[in-house]
Design a binder for this molecule. Sequence first.
Ligand SMILES: Nc1ncnc2c1ncn2[C@@H]1O[C@H](COP(=O)(O)OP(=O)(O)OP(=O)(O)O)[C@@H](O)[C@H]1O
Ligand SMILES: [Mg+2]
Length: 290
Amino acid sequence: MTTLNNAAKQAVPKPNGPIVECTQLRKLYGDGQAARAALDGVSLTVQPGEFVVILGQSGSGKSTLLGIIGGLERAYEGNVVLFGNNVASLSDKQLARLRGEKIGFVFQAFHLLQHLCVLDNVLAPTLFDTSSADKTDRALAVLDHLGLKDRANDFPSQLSGGQRQRVAIARALLQKPALLLCDEPTGNLDTETGDRTIALFRDLHREGLTLLAVTHEERLAAVATRVIHLKDGKIYTTNSTAPLRGGVAGAEPPPPEYTSTESAYTSSAKGYTSSPADEPALAKPTQVDP
Ligand SMILES: Nc1ncnc2c1ncn2[C@@H]1O[C@H](COP(=O)(O)OP(=O)(O)OP(=O)(O)O)[C@@H](O)[C@H]1O
Ligand SMILES: [Mg+2]
């Protein structure tokens, strides 16, 4: 397997401040007396290098929160600052650009395009981006990193659930996001495949990626640096399970049940990013041009 070292040298910017800052988020569905708060005063900050897992039961507001943070939902009360940009001040076009450049999404249902092969699924986000240079080499490198290069020409129907989820993760990593948002990423996987996917997230985090995942599965919380509990649209506890070290990826040893799968998908702990010293620091928060 190759690593992503060269391609990823510009992969993870270091904003001066938090990657995500949410203040008093409130999201109502319905009108008048029928209105219900899916989010009811949620404040949350994600720092570079964190792996935050939000745990909550069905209906607690997890997807709503992730959709707001990821810029997919704009109708809400409260304030969101992404990479130093106040989202309310961005046009839809600016927000879409910020999302495309900085954020990768992984969904429970994978959302792969069945008529496209694996490689084209990974390339799909760039198909209509005329400013995007040929990404094929990068896509193949990401697939290689995730142990899927030899499946590049297969179609989703020929893959297992875990392989499909890895294709979805490869697609999310193609644009070298600084933040990976995951909505129930193991929800459609059997236990063993889910554990491997969790180990993959842990490896990506160790390699420098910042992750924010929402789930009802406690086992995903085992590899997080911080666990937040969401209930009825409110945050009610925050645990730090593996404190950040030097503001970069926590080096806390993983639980034993995850270590055995480490080599299954990644050949190198430095595959996603080079050493922090090699990464270009941003002098100021990312500004999005009109
Ligand atoms: N489009 C919508 N219209 C009306 N109510 C909605 C809508 N989307 C979500 N809700 C409500 O908002 C609340 C939170 O929904 P959300 O999808 O965020 O929960 P969740 O924690 O992601 O649940 P799950 O674990 O089942 O995915 C729920 O009560 C849900 O019924
Ligand atoms: Mg949900």
